[in-house]
Design a protein around this ligand. Structure first.
Ligand code: ATP
Length: 299
């Protein structure tokens, strides 16, 4: 696995506010890497540091193996941290020509290709003000694609969009990944990361709680909840099954967690009965992904 961005122990404070508290992770090439966290968790600060807009107090980051990113390497990175100022009376094409002239990234000849990539080619001569919110955001992503960067860094790319616009941007991100770009994006929406990203790091108040493939992080689980007259005897009998058993003293229940689809209710019931425990409750609960995110990010 080739790594495009490696972050090591990054820390950043704003006065007394610790925005990042020793954050480390690697972004694999070809991934859509989601930085997932609630508001104020440090996502924008992290993206600002790796894009050289902000300076970290501690730690390092490496773009394509180079500390801090050499100017040559940095040309391979396009970013959309803030919405660019487009001219409302000018067309998509003309706005990209201006972005190209200001940034010096890519050439004018690339603009048609970019408009095709962001699915705006048919509307390239329409004025910016006639664009839907989703189209405006796609043009902004188009501007970030000038110079054909290998990596795109996007901060909350669907923020403020209506459902149609959100779907357009999510589809575009997946298309860009399929065309070979690596995408690093911040989001506070679990379902967005689940739908769009291949990998994620979950941030909570400046700390990484977990990182890895979305499949591993978001793994759905079967939670079996049981109860019996004597909860301690039940606990012992279940421990004999060789599973980790969680006791919820308040609710007077115990829980066993299985990978999705692996809980065999009949077997559990028989095991308890054969060991002298009659269950008063046996329920299979699907652990919701939202619950897992909440559990990961709450205190
Ligand atoms: P959001 O989704 O709301 O943008 P975020 O996850 O991007 O949040 P950051 O914007 O990086 O989080 O903020 C992390 C913490 O740092 C927050 O507590 C925020 O209030 C604080 N912070 C960010 N920028 C500044 C600043 N310029 N001065 C002081 N504190 C700041």
């Amino acid at each position: 696995m080739s790594v495009v961005l490696s972050i090591k122990n990054l820390a950043k404070s704003y006065g007394a506010v610790r925005a990042l508290n020793g954050v480390s992770f690697d972004v694999p090439q070809g991934s859509v890497f989601g930085i997932l966290g609630p508001n104020g968790s440090g996502k924008t600060t992290l993206l600002g540091i790796v894009m050289d807009v902000l300076r970290a107090n501690k730690g390092e980051f490496y773009w394509f193996g180079q500390p801090g990113g050499s100017p040559e390497q940095r040309k391979k990175i396009g970013s959309l941290l803030e919405t660019p100022n487009f001219y409302s009376y000018l067309s998509g094409t003309d706005n990209l020509k201006i972005s190209q002239a200001i940034s010096g990234r890519g050439t004018r000849k690339d603009i048609d290709e970019i408009l095709k990539k962001v699915n705006l080619y048919d509307r390239r001569w329409s004025s910016f003000k006639s664009f839907s919110l989703g189209m405006k955001q796609r043009l902004a992503i188009g501007a970030a694609l000038l110079g054909d960067p290998k990596v795109l860094v996007l901060d909350e790319p669907t923020n403020g969009l209506d459902p149609v616009g959100i779907a357009e941007i999510r589809n575009l991100i997946v298309e860009l990944k399929d065309k070979g770009h690596t995408i690093i994006m911040a989001s506070h929406l679990l379902d967005e990361v689940e739908k769009v990203c291949t990998h994620a790091a979950i941030l909570k108040t400046g700390n990484i709680i977990t990182t890895g493939t979305v499949e591993d992080i978001m793994k759905d689980e079967d939670v079996v909840e049981l109860s019996a007259a004597d909860i301690n005897v039940l606990l012992k009998v279940l421990q004999n099954m060789g599973k980790e058993v969680l006791l919820d003293e308040k609710a007077n229940t115990v829980q066993i967690i299985f990978p999705k689809g692996m809980a065999k209710m009949e077997e559990i019931n028989r095991h308890c009965f054969d060991n002298g425990v009659v269950l008063t409750q046996l329920v299979l609960r699907k652990k919701r992904l939202e619950a897992r995110f909440f559990e990961l990010t709450s205190n």
